[in-house]
Design a protein around this ligand. Structure first.
Ligand code: FAD
Ligand code: ZN
Length: 217
């Protein structure tokens, strides 16, 4: 209640399963009195490439984009939103054991040095320390297949630890909906209901212990 939530959403199709998860999150969190902002990356035509335009000053200095310089771009700048925000939720379908390129580009361009971290201010000392994050994603593969191939937590190491924890952000348990394309309509409804249910008590959750043991125990 009274929290600011930013949902960084990366799916092209509003009628997708991810689209339904998004709708539920917006409804439930708004109902709780949270202020919810959605960065719908595809709809915004978010530029995922950190191009030369992001470099302030001489290219050779390679100084990354400052928050201020992005405000002038005229779109709903995620940097600004993240700054105000208590909980960024990343919502996406798994692509190649990873997040879609457009979302990776968001990480590349928003979580810049001086804003999200600094040379000596990383991990628990990162600059975004009082924030929480949650990765909500869907897969093509079933839960059983993932259990055979190796724990899905391996995939979360670069995203949760390498990105969020690096910037000081605490990480809540990920929310994974396995294989929504390949399960029954009933099971899909169940997964959506479980998400809605989880969100009701989200603020009571403790962050995970984001250390190698959680991922590779
Ligand atoms: P959708 O196909 O949109 O939805 C599934 C079904 O749910 C649809 O029938 C839809 O109509 C239905 N639905 C939507 N809303 C509701 C509702 N409210 N109630 C009931 N039903 C509803 N998977 C892996 O596991 N590992 C990978 O490495 C991987 N790499 C990929 C790489 C690429 C480039 C691509 C394109 C896919 C990859 N995938 C991978 C598969 C991908 O992760 C899944 O296709 C995706 O997660 C499915 O989510 P979706 O939202 O797109 O589902
Ligand atoms: Zn960590």
């Amino acid at each position: 209640p009274g929290k600011n939530v930013l949902i960084v959403y990366a799916h092209q199709e509003p009628k997708s399963f991810n689209g339904s998860l998004l709708k539920i999150a917006v409804e439930e969190l708004t109902k709780q009195g949270c202020s919810v902002t959605v960065s719908d990356l595809y709809a915004m035509q978010f530029e995922p490439r950190a191009t030369r335009n992001d470099i302030v000053g001489e290219p050779s200095q390679n100084i990354p984009l400052s928050k201020k310089s992005d405000f002038s771009r005229g779109y709903n700048c995620p940097c600004l939103l993240l700054e105000m925000d208590d909980l960024p939720v990343e919502s996406f379908p798994l692509f190649w054991f990873n997040m879609p390129a457009i979302l990776k580009g968001w990480m590349d361009r928003v979580l810049v040095q001086g804003f999200a971290y600094d040379l000596s201010k990383v991990y628990d000392g990162g600059l975004l320390q009082d924030k929480l994050s949650l990765f909500s994603f869907t897969t093509g593969g079933s839960k059983e297949k993932y259990a055979i191939r190796g724990d899905i937590r391996y995939l979360l190491w670069p995203m949760q630890h390498g990105i969020m924890h690096f910037c000081g952000v605490k990480v809540l348990e990920p929310h994974i909906c396995y294989a929504p394309e390949n399960v029954s309509e009933e099971k899909r409804k169940e997964m959506l209901a479980a998400w809605s249910q989880r969100l009701k008590t989200l603020w009571k959750e403790e962050p995970i212990d984001c250390s190698p043991e959680w991922y590779f125990k």
